[in-house]
Write a protein that binds this ligand. Structure first.
Ligand code: TXA
Ligand code: MG
Length: 337
């Protein structure tokens, strides 16, 4: 199959593909998604095949009209209403009880559905033009870093999908925050652009799922199936170093005989004596989120056996950066402090 790259003004072509039950990769403010008609189980099944995604990992349903939440979710509790008022459209996914209209392929057999209203003009126009909610995971091959540019999608999925809409670079750079309201106390399943602190300010108590900060035990019951898989991993082995910037620089420069690469803060690029890729400014978590996935793709181009990465601070949006990096490193974190 030939994969065509469409411009944002070619939405109608993309919408027609969605209506026909085909796949289209689309830009969102978080990362690029691989979309299909969320109400068509056979179309949704193609997503799993193209990505090589395990069938037990459910998808997010993207809407572009508030009224559609009540079409895909069986219940819309007051806390959901507050969250929607504060954060939609935007990088927040809310897990709610599923309505029957949503096929099992989307929810991977769960009784819940994850819903998001993306803040991106192209995504919004496509959903409206297609006339149906769009189910979309990140548009990468399963396991590799999520795509923040059309070119990343093309590299992973060319020949497997009919079209990609090129909407430029994704502004947030990491996938949406996922919160479930299907538990007695709301629970953060995946940190993202909307922070834990922001959620707590709007709805009060929010628990943090164990899988956010650490590896889940084999066979443990998981609230968010996506969190149990090795993820975001470049081909090169990544070791995460928990250290001050000075300790990190001294350690990496001391390893020069090992011929490693580095994934470091922008300010430290010049201080390292090994090839290095920046993952944003040390004090600017949003810049780290924006750059991380592209940086993870770039470290493979250094062609090293090992990459030493600085461990970011797990605060604010930094919690999401940390959550992705520990997975990229296969949870290998070395403390220098
Ligand atoms: O920003 C994003 O969320 C992007 C863009 C395209 O919208 N999408 C995305 O989808 O990251 P994906 O499939 O890569 O991640 C969805 C996450 C997975 O961890 C999945 O397990 C979880 O959401 N999820 C989906 N439905 C769920 C449900 N019903 N209950 C619990 N977790 C769910
Ligand atoms: Mg993904």
């Amino acid at each position: 199959m030939e994969t065509v790259i469409l411009k944002p003004d070619e939405i109608e072509k993309a919408a027609e593909l969605i209506r026909q039950g085909q796949l289209v990769a689309l830009p969102t403010e978080t990362v690029y998604g691989l979309g299909a008609d969320a109400l068509n189980g056979r179309a949704v099944a193609k997503i799993f095949k193209a990505k090589g995604r395990p069938m037990d990992n459910p998808l997010i349903v993207h809407i572009a009209k508030l009224a559609d939440v009540e079409k895909v979710a069986r219940a819309f509790p007051p806390k959901a209403k507050f969250l929607v008022e504060h954060f939609w459209p935007g990088p927040l996914t809310i897990v709610l009880p599923k309505a029957d209209i949503v096929p099992q392929e989307v929810s991977a057999g769960l009784d819940t559905v994850a819903v998001r209203y993306p803040a991106h003009p192209v995504a919004e126009s496509l959903i409206l033009a297609a006339g149906t909610p769009i189910a979309a995971p990140s548009a990468n091959l399963s396991g590799s870093p999520s795509p923040t540019q059309a070119l990343h999608v093309y590299k992973d999925l060319q020949g497997k999908i009919p079209a990609i809409i090129d909407g430029g670079r994704s502004q947030v750079g990491l996938e949406s925050t996922v919160i479930t309201l299907a538990t007695s106390v709301p629970k953060l399943l995946r940190p993202g652009g909307i922070t834990l602190e922001e959620l707590q300010a709007v709805i009060g108590e929010v628990q943090v799922d164990k899988g956010v900060l650490s590896r889940l035990d084999e066979g443990a019951r998981v609230e968010s199936p996506g969190m149990k898989y090795k993820h975001y991993a470049p081909k090169t082995k990544v070791v995460l170093l928990k250290a001050s910037r000075e300790q990190y620089i001294t350690y990496v420069n001391g390893k020069i005989n090992e011929n490693p690469g580095a994934l470091c803060y922008e300010e430290d690029l010049d201080k390292l004596h090994v090839p290095a890729v920046s993952m944003g400014k040390s004090t600017d978590y949003s810049s780290q989120a924006y750059q991380l996935f592209d940086a993870l793709r770039q470290v493979d181009k250094l062609d090293k056996k090992i990459i030493y990465a600085i461990c970011p601070k797990p605060k604010g949006v930094g919690l999401a950066v940390y959550n992705r990096l520990i997975r990229a490193a296969g949870f290998e974190v070395k403390e220098l402090a």
